[in-house]
Design a protein around this ligand. Structure first.
Ligand SMILES: C[S@@+](CC[C@H](N)C(=O)[O-])C[C@H]1O[C@@H](n2cnc3c(N)ncnc32)[C@H](O)[C@@H]1O
Length: 280
């Protein structure tokens, strides 16, 4: 990834409508005491993927995550899924993300709910992970690799850090139909999503990395529904987004997200949940 492409993704998440201040404002507005917060409360607002903690539970089931495991969450954002896995499964989780503001927010939110002994965060690029070989039992990731053009590199890194017999379980945006050149360029310029992959491409890359695919599920219909609701949710965040980043930022975000969701409703983008195993 070029330096400017990386900076584009980081700027996208530095100015994202879902952020630590917004999460804390929502909790306070609901009447939660921020000084005695629990993950059961925080989980309603800290997940930045399509479907909330219910889909983290499904991913954990598919991956077979248990208390004895050390899990790596690749592109962990503000740490919502990492905390939820540690809280519900009793496992240890390390999150990796290259947006420093996300890593710092993840650490603060994790300390607020007292999970810092079992959940830690590393600042780093998923295509060159600053993590040792074979260190993790399970690797998960949700709704992030659309930002990574070099999918072979991220899958290769996941395979490297997994122990023999370990499992990779991830969900990502996939192509369901060819895009026009204008749609492709808007995805790159506005969503920082270069080279969204066909599911078949992921299956090919997993095999090349030596992983055997266990399951591959089509999430397109569920995600289309979820994203239509997510657009409405972002519109509901107008006041906090304008207060933090200004009205022009909100309007640009709104146009971009409406375009993105439109590609799902038009049947051009979809999603997949893929589980693969590293041989013993
Ligand atoms: C949509 S958020 C998902 C966050 C988290 N998985 C969740 O479900 O709450 C995507 C995250 O991917 C991170 N990201 C994108 N490209 C990355 C890369 N090459 N290396 C590390 N993190 C990356 C972004 O910084 C962002 O925090």
């Amino acid at each position: 990834m070029t330096v400017s492409a990386t900076q584009g993704v980081i700027a996208f998440y530095d100015t994202h409508p879902i952020n630590e201040d917004e999460i804390l404002a929502k909790l306070a507005a609901r009447g939660d005491d921020l000084d005695s917060l629990t993950q059961d409360k925080l989980k309603d607002f800290d997940q930045d993927h399509y479907g909330g903690t219910e889909v983290v539970d499904i991913l954990a089931e598919r991956a077979g995550i248990g208390a004895r495991h050390h899990v790596l969450d690749v592109c962990s954002g503000m740490g919502g899924p990492a905390r939820w896995l540690a809280h519900t499964r009793g496992c240890r989780v390390t999150g990796l993300d290259f947006t420093q503001s996300r890593v710092e927010a993840a650490r603060r939110l994790t300390a607020r709910v007292g999970l810092e002994q079992r959940v830690d965060f590393v600042h780093g690029d998923a295509t060159a992970m600053p993590l040792p070989d074979t260190a993790f039992d399970i690797v998960v990731s949700q709704e992030a690799w659309l930002h990574i053009p070099d999918k072979a590199a991220v899958i290769g890194q996941c395979a490297r850090v997994l122990r023999p017999g370990g499992t990779l379980a991830f969900t990502d945006v996939t192509l369901s139909a060819s895009l026009t050149p204008l749609e492709e360029s808007r995805l790159v310029a506005e969503m920082h999503a270069p080279g969204v992959a066909w599911t078949a491409r992921y299956l090919e890359l997993l095999a090349t990395a030596g992983l055997s695919v266990k399951t591959c599920e089509d999430l397109s219909a569920f995600w289309t529904d979820t994203l239509v609701k997510r657009l409405a949710m972002y519109r509901g965040l107008r006041d906090t987004t304008v207060a933090k980043f200004g009205a022009a930022h909100f309007d640009a975000w709104d146009a971009t997200y409406a375009f993105f969701v439109g590609l799902f409703t038009a049947g051009k983008l979809g999603g997949a949940r893929i589980v693969a195993r590293k041989p013993d």
